[in-house]
Structure formats: C-alpha cells, structure tokens
Ligand binder design. Structure first.
Ligand SMILES: [Zn+2]
Ligand SMILES: [Zn+2]
Ligand SMILES: [Zn+2]
Ligand SMILES: [Zn+2]
Ligand SMILES: [Zn+2]
Ligand SMILES: [Zn+2]
Length: 431
C-alpha cells in the first residue's frame, strides 16, 4: 500500500548567508529576504545540483541548499511551498573594534576602551588602533587616550602612591624615576617618593621624617630629612633607634626645659607603642627609657645634671597632670599606661643610684684628695661628682670647661695618673 503524495509537497531548504552582508535579525526580515529570493529560486532545477548561489549585488550572495532534491516537484513554480530549515550565518566577531566598525570593517579587538563603551556594550579596540601609555597595561583607542589634568593628552600612567597607576599625566607634568627610565611620576607622587631633604642645598632624598611630637600635639612634625642630615635623639639607649629629628627640632632640644623633654620622650614612645600594636608577638614591648638613661639624656641634651629623685619627680608630676586631664583621650590613656609600667624601674634606679652614690662618693673623695696632694687645688675645688657606674667602674665627674685641659693633662697624662691612683676609670661628664 502506498500513501498518496501530498498535493503540495514542501521543499526543505537551508539558507547559506555566510557571504551575505545583511543577515536578517528577525523572522520578518527573514521572510522579506526569502520574498526577494523566491522568484530566482523557482527557476532552478534542484536535481541539477543541490546547492545554488544567488547574487544580490553589493549585498553579497545567498546560497540555497536543497535538502531533499529528489522529492521536490519538477519544475518548481509559484505554487511550490518552501520551508527554511536552517540558516548559516557568517561567524560573528564578538569583540569587534569600535574604530574599525566606524570605518565599515569588522576586526577582532582584544583590548577594551572604556571611552568607546556604548550603553552596556563594552568598547573594544583592535591591535592596530590600541594605544598603550607607559607605566600601565590599560589600552584605549586613539580618540580616548586619557587626558592629563591640564587637558592635554597624557603620556604615561603615574605609578606613585597617590595615583597607583590609575591616573595618567602629560610629559610636562611627569617626572622620570632617576634610575628607571620606564617609570615616571606626577609631581606629588614624585615628591612623596623622593622627598627633598629640608637642609638648604642638600640634594639628598629625605627618606626620614621628623618624629618630633608632644602629648598635646601628637601629629609628628614630619619634615623630611636625608639619612646624612637626620638627627637621632638617642633616648632609648645607644642600641635602639632614637627619635628622628629635623634640624629645627634638634636645635630646640637644647633650650627645652626638662619637663618639655620628658613630654617629647613620652609622646614619641606613645606613638611607637601605637605603631607596634598588632605586630608579631616576638616584638619587644615599647617602653619608656629608664631614668638612668634619662639622666644622661638631660646632661647631653641641655647640660642639666639632675639626680634620680629629681627625675622621678618629673615623671610623677607629669603623670599627675595627665591624670587630671579630662576628657581622657587615647593618647593620655596610653601615656598613663606607659608611666604606670615605668614606675617600678624608677624605684629600682633610685635605690641603685643611692647605693652607687655612696660607693662613688668614696672614689670621688679619693680623687679630690689626690688632686690636693699634687697641688691642683683649683681643680680640687672645682671638680664635681656626677655619677658612678659600679659594673663598668666608671666615675663620672664634672669639670668646668676652662679647667678640663689641665685635668686631662698633656696627652692624657694627668687623668691617666688619677685613674691609677683612685683605681677606677674616670670620665668627664659632657657639659
Ligand atoms: Zn581597529
Ligand atoms: Zn575609544
Ligand atoms: Zn599635563
Ligand atoms: Zn601620581
Ligand atoms: Zn640632606
Ligand atoms: Zn621637625
């Protein structure tokens, strides 16, 4: 039994639009295209070849593929029904260069140009049209080269801390890295990276910031100083990094009263403690210098010789004033915490100093005696006891400037002889 052939068999076709410029975007457009093609299609014989090409002039060519030529009615005619089973489209370039598209061509564009963005479509730029500025990997098309603040086309991205490679500048407003030709900075970032030393005429880089601050003005001075010109105020002993100071603040120390110096030391230590907080557990706790060190700080800085009790009173007095301060801010709280932790060592130092004083006085008395025995009465009257360090057996004495020469003697002969007679090392306290 055979089925009757349908009265109007459908002719299945595929459209090959790979060489056609205006690929239909909707069903309506597709039907419209077919309406243009059909008059030509019905004139061909599917059995003569399953694929035919129809020339549409400037728009290119459309290929018709008969999928089942044997069942197609012969000849095809105006009454023949066709069914488009498939459409072959030209491969679409998903990332097409915006610049090229404006010129009527489609080019693969590997880079983005933010300036070319249209609505939600990301702007793209091809290899040939991409512009890269020095100091960054971001591209743009020729029209969208970033502008410097001055309005001219930028030449490079600034890699400094303020711009972080996100702001571009023109040649006039860029300064090159002194040693690396590929890196440049805007003026602000350059100054940040290579700050000028505060000393007049110094060409050094001010890598060090002045750390001068007081409890009532905790923001550090910050003036930039080069390594050579930076002054370290060694308030934490000879082996710990002292407080870095600019020339102005270093000079000021000399005329600052002891209370002021202790304020600066305390403020500096509070700042250090803050900087250390949250760092590794192995860090050394930041502490105030012992009063035995403070005593030498006062002598070296402003030629003031105070005994331990007097220095202790400076600290307790400051502590009292801080406790009375309201409201109590974080700085004051931190300062009080440091002072409380400092108290036991102060008591220790006072006790030790008293003991040393007794021993030291003995050595000092012998020194004065020795001076008298050798007829140096002027020196014997003028020399003053300053300090004695039992562990290193050093006796520190004060001798007026104009007498120091005769105390030391030619080539150090006198002081050497005094050392031998007294039996301890004798040193002049600076001052
Ligand atoms: Zn292009
Ligand atoms: Zn662009
Ligand atoms: Zn500029
Ligand atoms: Zn910058
Ligand atoms: Zn300098
Ligand atoms: Zn300063």
């Amino acid at each position: 039994m055979t089925l009757p052939a349908p009265a109007h068999p459908v002719v299945p076709v595929t459209l090959d639009l790979r060489d056609f410029q205006r690929v239909p975007r909707s069903t309506d457009e597709c039907v419209a295209l077919w309406d243009r093609l059909e008059p030509a299609v019905v004139t061909v014989d599917p059995l003569a070849g399953p694929r035919v090409r129809i020339d549409l002039g400037d728009e290119g060519e459309v290929g018709i593929w008969f999928l089942d030529p044997a069942t197609a009615p012969r000849p095809l005619g105006p009454g023949t029904r066709f069914a488009i089973r498939g459409v072959l489209e030209p491969p679409e370039v998903r990332h097409a260069c915006t610049t090229c598209r404006a010129a009527g061509t489609t080019t693969y564009a590997p880079y983005r140009c933010a300036g070319c963005d249209e609505d939600r479509r990301t702007g793209r730029v091809c290899e040939a049209h991409a512009v890269f500025l020095d100091g960054g990997l971001r591209a743009s098309c020729l029209h969208h080269v970033p502008e410097c603040r001055c309005g001219t086309k930028a030449a490079a991205w600034c890699s400094g801390v303020r711009c972080r490679g996100r702001r571009a500048w023109c040649r006039t407003h860029l300064r090159g890295h002194p040693a690396d030709a590929t890196v440049s900075y805007c003026a602000d970032c350059y100054d940040e990276r290579f700050p000028v030393c505060e000393r007049d005429g110094c060409r050094g880089t001010g890598y060090i910031r002045c750390e001068h601050r007081t409890l009532s003005a905790m923001k550090a001075c910050g003036r930039r100083v080069c390594v050579e010109h930076a002054q370290r105020w060694q308030v934490y002993g000879p082996y710990s990094r002292g407080v870095a100071l600019c020339s102005l603040h270093h000079q000021e120390l000399r005329s600052t009263p002891p209370e002021g110096l202790i304020d600066i030391i305390l403020a500096g230590t509070v700042a250090r403690a803050k900087g250390h907080r949250g760092q590794s557990a192995s860090r050394r706790r930041v502490q105030l210098p012992r009063i035995s060190i403070v005593r030498h700080i006062l002598i070296n800085t402003r030629r003031t010789v105070l005994d331990m009790e007097a220095i202790d009173r400076l600290f307790t007095g400051l502590e009292q004033r801080l406790r009375d301060r309201t409201p109590r801010d974080a700085t004051v709280s931190a300062a009080l915490e440091l002072l409380a932790g400092h108290r036991p060592s102060r008591q220790e130092d006072i006790k030790r100093f008293r003991e040393q004083h007794i021993e030291g006085r003995g050595h000092f008395d012998r020194l004065v005696q020795e001076l008298r025995l050798t007829g140096r009465h002027q020196l014997a009257d003028a020399v003053e006891f300053s300090d004695f360090r039992p562990r290193s057996r050093i006796l520190f004495v004060k001798v007026p400037q104009q007498l120091q020469g005769s105390f030391i003697g030619t080539g150090g002969a006198t002081i050497k002889r005094l050392r031998q007679r007294v039996g301890v090392e004798i040193k002049l306290e600076r001052g």
